[in-house]
Design a protein around this ligand. Structure first.
Ligand code: FAD
Ligand code: PYC
Length: 413
């Protein structure tokens, strides 16, 4: 047993330092209330303090830090999107990711692996070429590669995919990365806490008070708070919270499931995505295969997982990697994905004065954690949308000007 552990166990004078303070009670008023202590809410609190000097902030979380989709995702980080707005936004996020471990003095296990999106059909090849061209135009490192290059980079893969879906080529995106998801929430949470923001776990927002001038307060399971600014960063609970201010969003909630294998020797360096086989997979630093598939095809506000999903995903994994047939699955879970019609987020000001949305993160929001925090902090601080999120405002649906990112979603939905 490590000496340090024994010392903490036996001594009252060496308490293990906690990452966060636990404020005993809510204050009667805050300058900003953030609903949701996922990565996005915590990152917004961090940048509000760091970049704008706004520290009279409460982050309210009905469960525990990172217990929503932040702690349930498959941690894929990339910027190989399809629209100009999407590429610019996610590219800035990748840039921010690269310095985060140093900034937090906390190892986020950020690991650049390279990311292959396999194309099994001519039309998929066309979409990959399109994405590669948009990416290159905006300075993002993506290229279309042929089947031989894929075979060389991933020698363990059956290139015929059991004869079901031969690989024709792929979009290769060198900056594609993974990171340790919980640590991201802890890093932002600790940074926000150290700068004066308060994080209140086990505190559910049950109502939001508005009058003619906009937001005036928030009701919680631990009492009322006066505030003029509320940032809603609740992912799978967005329709419920937006309703509290009478706002309808075009968001539907679908379960998204994932699973991990037992740890195996390192054999898979890059991240592999196959839209046709509905699979994405990477190997973590611990050796586990972290795997996911498409959304469950019905609306459901639940985090239950199904045998059907595990069987389907395992079958498609074996199409690509038949040698894994004896490897055991050790965990399976689900999150509630807040899906938008155009597969782009909904960010920024809303028609309700003082109510800001950071939502519609569906299956793609983990990678956006740094940039969403930074741009939402700017938006709340200045009461004006940050330039990088102009294409993501709720008003686009009323103008029929969608920001179509479906072709860049990780797998077909
Ligand atoms: P969350 O982390 O869900 O945080 C919202 C918080 O709000 C929760 O903790 C919740 O408890 C709290 N809350 C809700 N209602 C209330 C209330 N009334 N009062 C107080 N608190 C409340 N994205 C990627 O980029 N790459 C991936 O590889 C990827 N894989 C995924 C795999 C799965 C299985 C899932 C489910 C998602 C995946 N995503 C991925 C999407 C990504 O996880 C999310 O988009 C992202 O984590 C959203 O972060 P968030 O902070 O907005 O939400
Ligand atoms: O956005 O890259 C992604 C992703 C992969 C799995 C789920 N989302």
């Amino acid at each position: 047993m490590p000496w340090r552990l024994l010392r903490f166990a036996l001594s009252r004078t060496h308490p293990e330092p906690r990452m966060f303070t636990r404020p005993a009670r809510l204050k009667p008023a805050y300058d900003v209330v953030i609903i949701g202590a996922g990565g996005h809410g915590l990152a917004a609190a961090y940048y509000l303090a760091r970049d704008h000097g706004i520290t009279n902030v409460a982050v309210l979380e009905k469960g525990y830090i990172g217990g929503g989709n932040t702690g349930r995702n498959t941690t894929i980080i990339r910027s190989n999107y399809l629209t100009v707005e999407g590429v610019a936004f996610f590219d800035e996020s990748v840039r921010l990711w690269q310095d985060l471990s140093t900034e937090f003095d906390l190892n986020l296990f950020y690991s650049t692996r390279g990311h292959f999106t396999l194309a099994h059909t001519d039309s998929a090849m066309r979409t990959m070429r399109w994405r590669a061209e948009v990416n290159k135009h905006l300075g993002v490192d993506s290229e279309l590669v042929d089947a031989q290059s894929v075979a060389t980079a991933i020698p363990m893969m059956d290139m015929s995919c059991a004869g079901h879906a031969p690989v024709l080529g792929a979009l290769y995106h060198a900056p594609g990365a993974i990171a340790r998801h919980d640590a991201v929430a802890w890093g932002y949470g600790r940074g926000a806490d150290q700068r004066g923001a308060e994080i209140h776990q086990q505190t559910e927002v049950t109502g939001i008070e508005i009058n003619d001038s906009g937001v005036v307060g928030v009701n919680t399971t631990r009492g009322r708070i006066a505030t003029r600014k509320v940032l809603c960063a609740v992912a799978g609970s967005t329709p419920r919270v937006a309703e509290m201010v009478g706002l309808r969003t075009p968001i539907y909630i679908h379960p998204l499931q994932a699973m991990v294998s037992e740890p195996v020797k390192p054999w898979l360096d890059p991240i592999i995505v196959s839209g046709s086989l509905h699979v994405y997979v990477s190997q973590s630093a611990r050796g586990e295969l972290v795997m996911g598939a498409s959304l469950d095809p019905y609306e459901l506000h639940s985090t239950r997982s199904t045998l059907d999903f595990a069987e389907g995903l395992a079958a498609h994994m074996l199409d690509m990697f038949p040698f894994l047939s004896d490897v055991k699955v050790v965990r399976q879970w689900a999150g509630m994905a807040d899906m938008t019609p155009d597969f782009a987020p909904i960010m920024g000001k809303t028609p309700v004065e003082g109510f800001y949305l950071d939502a519609g993160w569906g299956t793609w929001g983990f990678k956006a954690t740094p940039v969403s925090g930074k741009t939402m902090a700017h938006t709340v601080a200045h009461d004006a949308n940050h330039a990088l999120i102009e294409g993501f405002n709720l008003s686009r649906f009323g103008r029929y000007q969608l920001t179509g990112e479906k072709g860049a979603a990780s797998v077909g939905h």
